[in-house]
Design a protein around this ligand. Structure first.
Ligand code: ADP
Ligand code: MG
Length: 787
């Protein structure tokens, strides 16, 4: 490939009983022909006439069968054509030397068929051997006679050269004949029919126009286009094989042509000498201009002579002494042809449609990969579609509010997109600051930011109340009023840890309060009591959580799998698909998720109510303390009760002290309740987080499976799968037993002398003869009518 290659030139000698052994000698290398001419004694004593020539070619074919000729001359060219290389095979020589015999062969005898039918057979055999490729074959048959172009496969009745004249057109892809019919053939027999039709038309045309068929050039072209059946292969190859049966090469001087015949001979010589000029130019490396356009023959073959194609010349010669002069001239042409070098190259093309499809596929795969990364990094439902103006404005506003300090954190769901926008709206230092904050995992949405909430709600991340799904409700706890030792936002702590924290915080409170150790004990045991009383719910959730974990192999054997709708051509957006998922495979997880969420919300509500009560108690404590202080200062001013070291207080003050003690007790109880509730909220929170994560992970898997896994892989993955549509079931193959196949083969062999291979050849032939006979009858009728 890509390397320079010489044109292959062969000589085929027509068999004769009168072979000129004295004059034509072959050397042992099977390549060299030596010609010896006796001196013309009439030229006198001083005779400088050359008498010996030697021609070294690629092979001399003497007494060679059609089989051997095909193997030697054409086989490689044809097989290379299926790999995308153009090929040209030409037969050159004197009229009657065997060009047509070599190219077309005897149509009445299968064994004597020529290169053309054999090339068609090879093409179709090779297609059968390449099931991985979709290969199309087209053929055309052009005749050039007196510088006019004729379509030998025209389906229209032949009406002569004036009808729709064909033209030779050049474009970057090459040369083609405008107006020439090109016929798609899907099997050997069709191709043979076209060939025979062309041959018959050639004969009929020569009859009706009174033209000598040996004086025309005929170009049979096989166009091959091979595409890989694997869709991912964007490249495809095209090639054409030109099989050229040239007109007789005899020179004008010899045949005493007159009138019309002279005109023909002149033309033939002209076009053949232009062909020779083009060949000489091609053989001369210094020449950059090749005169292709001097005649129709070279113009039509412009991209098939030299250049990037495999080229072969067969020179047909007579073996008789009488034809030696023409033989010499033919051999000279052959050796000139051998000097031409070509640079065969594959004709590769790109399938734009496939390229687009593959890019789309790659995009989908990359998105899938991103989704996997996101779910691994706990960032589910990140949308990578381009953002609209509203989304961009929303992110800008979030960033601005964050920088101003009015927004605590930025919505992580849009993190990936924010990073893209940051560079547009922030100076670099701020950018870094914001980015580092963004990298922190979990965040809250500003409760006053309705636009953000509705955006996230759409994505399924926020519930109807506007709570970010499973997130602690920061505002509901009244953090500024009641002092808590447990800070919100710490996740994934075990229940035991919460218990420990609770009791230690209770102990701390107890130590700093004026209450006795007994009170402390009571409150601690009460904490445990509260926890165990709520254990029922918690256990319930735990069980459900475990159930969820056990639903892992939901994937393929779930009966819900069958309910999956047929895969649409364009996948739905994630929010839309998520709704479907929640009603389908994800329904169980979603139900558990919802239940846990409602338990969580209920606990939160209780916690919020408790907080309000605590705040009310605290206010009362403060008020009571104030009243007590007032009483104390009044008493101190009066100084009336300080007798004998005894502190005497009045009833009002005493009642206030009792009330304060009671309030403090209440405060403590409520506070313990709140701590318990908070522990529970955190625990529920954890479960809800887990459920949500699971829901989203399952969703991602489902989404990718449903819309992105290739169909054949899905089939293969299904139990009992592996048989693709279009595959033949095994029992069908088995049903045609070996005996049947043998009998079929024998039947064909007894019917046809050349075995089953010749079936299509003879079928096409019979059809053509029937048609030909019909044409003959019609012509006879016309003549009779004229008379
Ligand atoms: P061309 O096309 O060069 O004018 P043809 O192919 O028509 O010559 O050959 C002229 C005749 O010679 C035909 O009858 C053909 O059958 C016969 N012929 C030519 N070459 C061979 C060959 N190698 N073996 C048998 N017959 C041949
Ligand atoms: Mg011929």
């Amino acid at each position: 490939m890509g390397s320079r290659k010489k044109v292959h030139a062969f000589v085929r000698v027509r068999p004769t009983d009168d072979f000129a052994h004295e004059m034509i000698k072959y050397r042992d290398d099977n390549k060299t022909i030596d010609i010896h001419l006796k001196k013309d004694t009439r030229r006198g004593v001083v005779n400088n006439q050359q008498t010996d020539w030697s021609f070294k070619l690629d092979r001399v074919l003497h007494d060679a069968s059609q089989d051997l000729v095909y193997e030697t001359v054409a086989k490689d060219v044809v097989s290379q054509a299926l790999n995308g290389f153009n090929g040209t095979i030409m037969c050159y020589g004197q009229t009657g030397a065997g060009k047509t015999y070599t190219m077309t062969g005897a149509t009445e005898n299968y064994k004597h068929r020529g290169i053309l039918p054999r090339a068609l057979q090879q093409v179709f055999r090779m297609i059968e051997e390449r099931p991985t490729h979709a290969i199309t074959v087209r053929v055309s048959y052009l005749e050039i006679y007196n510088e006019s172009l004729f379509d030998l496969l025209s389906t229209l009745p032949y009406v002569g050269p004036s009808a729709t004249p064909m033209t030779i057109v050049e474009n970057p892809q090459g040369v083609f004949i405008k107006g020439l019919s090109v016929h798609l053939t899907s099997q050997e027999e069709d191709a043979f029919s076209l060939l025979f039709e062309g041959e018959t038309n050639r004969i009929i045309a020569s009859h009706t126009m009174n033209k000598n068929s040996s004086r025309s050039h005929c170009i049979f072209t096989i166009y091959v286009e091979a595409r890989s059946r694997t869709l991912s292969d964007e490249k495809y190859v095209t090639s054409k094989i030109n099989l050229v049966d040239l007109a007789g090469s005899e020179r004008l001087g010899k045949s005493r042509s007159e009138g019309r015949v002279l005109k023909e001979a002149t033309y033939i010589n002209k076009s053949l000498s232009f062909l020779e000029q083009a060949i000489i130019a091609l053989g001369d490396q210094k020449r950059d201009h090749i005169p292709f356009r001097q005649c129709k023959l070279t113009h039509a073959l412009k991209d098939s002579l030299g250049g990037n194609c495999n080229m072969v010349l067969v020179t047909n010669i007579y073996g008789e002494a009488a034809q030696l002069e023409e033989t010499l001239s033919s051999l000279r042409f052959a050796s000139r042809m051998k000097l031409v070098t070509t640079e065969p190259a594959i004709n590769e093309k790109y399938d734009a449609e496939r390229m687009v499809k593959n890019l789309e596929k790659e995009l989908a795969l990359l998105k899938q990969e991103l989704a996997i990364h996101d779910s691994l990094a706990n960032r589910t439902l990140v949308n990578y579609d381009p953002m609209d103006e509203i989304q961009i404005a929303e992110i800008n506003s979030q960033v601005r509010r964050y920088l101003e300090g009015t927004l605590e954190e930025i919505d992580w769901a849009q993190l990936a997109q924010v990073q893209g926008v940051l560079s547009l709206c922030l100076p670099s230092q701020q950018e870094q600051e914001v980015e580092s904050t963004l990298r922190r995992k979990y965040t809250l949405i500003d409760k006053n930011d309705y636009a953000a909430i509705s955006a996230v709600q759409k994505a399924g991340l926020v519930d109807a109340d506007g709570h970010l799904v499973g997130e602690p409700d920061g505002q509901g706890f009244g953090l500024g009023v009641a002092p808590f030792s447990i800070k919100p936002g710490k996740k994934s702590k075990s229940k035991k840890m919460f218990k420990e924290q609770l009791s230690s915080s209770a102990r701390k409170e107890g130590a700093s309060s004026p209450l006795s150790g007994k009170d402390l004990d009571v409150s601690t045991s009460k904490t445990q009591m509260i926890l165990s009383s709520k254990d029922g719910d918690v256990k319930d959730m735990l069980v459900r959580d475990r159930e969820t974990s056990n639903t892992e192999p939901l994937a393929s054997d779930s009966p819900k799998e069958e309910l999956r709708p047929p895969r649409p051509s364009t996948p739905p957006t994630k929010p839309v698909a998520f709704e479907d998922f929640k009603n389908e495979r994800g329904s169980e997880i979603n139900r558990i998720f919802k239940e846990n969420k409602s338990i969580l919300n209920e606990r939160r509500k209780r916690a919020s109510e408790t907080t309000q009560r605590i705040n009310a108690i605290k206010r009362e404590i403060d008020m009571t303390k104030e009243a007590l202080n007032l009483q104390k200062s009044l008493r101190e001013k009066q100084g009336e009760y300080e007798n004998k070291g005894l502190m005497i207080i009045d009833e009002e003050e005493f009642l206030l002290i009792l009330k304060l003690k009671d309030l403090k007790k209440q405060y403590r109880t409520e506070h313990q309740d709140l701590c318990d509730l908070r522990a529970e909220v955190q625990y529920c929170q954890h479960l809800v987080d887990q459920c949500r994560h699971r829901l989203l992970t399952e969703f991602d898997i489902w989404y990718n499976e449903s819309f992105f896994v290739p169909e054949d892989l899905q089939m293969a993955l299904k139990p009992g799968g592996g048989i693709r549509p279009g595959m033949m079931p095994l029992n069908k193959i088995v049903s045609l037993g070996e005996d049947d196949q043998d009998r079929f083969g024998q039947l064909q062999q007894t019917m046809l002398p050349e075995g089953p291979d010749s079936v299509s050849f003879y079928n096409a032939k019979v059809k053509m003869e029937q048609k030909h006979n019909y044409v003959k009858t019609m012509m006879g009728l016309q003549q009779a009518h004229r008379k």
